[in-house]
Design a protein around this ligand. Sequence first.
Ligand SMILES: Nc1ncnc2c1ncn2[C@@H]1O[C@H](COP(=O)(O)OP(=O)(O)OP(=O)(O)O)[C@@H](O)[C@H]1O
Ligand SMILES: [Mg+2]
Length: 244
Amino acid sequence: MVAVRGVTKRFSTAAGDIDALSPVDLDIAAREFVSIIGPSGCGKSTLLRILAGLEQPTTGKITWDTQPGGNRVGFVFQEPVLLPWKSALANVCFALEAFGIKGEEATAKGRRLLELVGLEQFADALPRQLSGGMRQRVSIARALSYDPGILLMDEPFGALDLLTRDKLNDELADIWAKTGKTIVLVTHSVEEAAYLSDRVVVMSARPGSIKRIYEVPFVRPRSEATKLLPEFHRLMADLRQDLK
Ligand SMILES: Nc1ncnc2c1ncn2[C@@H]1O[C@H](COP(=O)(O)OP(=O)(O)OP(=O)(O)O)[C@@H](O)[C@H]1O
Ligand SMILES: [Mg+2]
């Protein structure tokens, strides 16, 4: 679906140049769930922003294939970025207008997406009336609203408590299965990466490059039982070792 070839990124600042990425090569298949993990400052967010087209690579290029929604990107940030004066439903529908979807059609689509993330009862609530986990669910619904081919998520659950995070991990796996989206997830959690992914990409310290890629073989749907498998613990230990 997307091919990253020889992508590097150099930021020029008043204090000098910062090499954030040394050449990165990565192929992501349609419907794949890929996690990216690596030490702080290794360029994970930079790579995601380049994939999203929010940042240009210094060298190298990104090639997309042409399937529907292929290079349309949904982005979920660590902190939910919602308009505080708009309801959950309005926040989800807000981006649709840019794609020519308005009125009843937009509202119906917004409601379907709120249902997908388990928030159909909270359509009229304002962001401040929702918990952190619920706000992040609204962000996910909004990112899906215009049918992107790929969902890019930058530590979306990093600010949540562990129980909420586990719950949202299961919901995300479910959303992924139902919608057939391609997902690229940046995370600091080796458990989250091992639990959700088809492949885990480990990056080295800055300038970030790909150190290793793990295939994650556990059958789906995964559950708490998956987390008890010796192979699951082995994978987490390997990932932790790679991050040292
Ligand atoms: N706009 C920018 N201008 C200058 N330097 C930048 C900019 N964005 C990122 N950097 C630098 O690039 C490097 C990689 O940053 P990036 O945010 O991609 O890291 P990260 O892997 O996402 O880290 P974290 O896990 O802490 O979120 C860092 O050294 C950072 O200071
Ligand atoms: Mg980051």
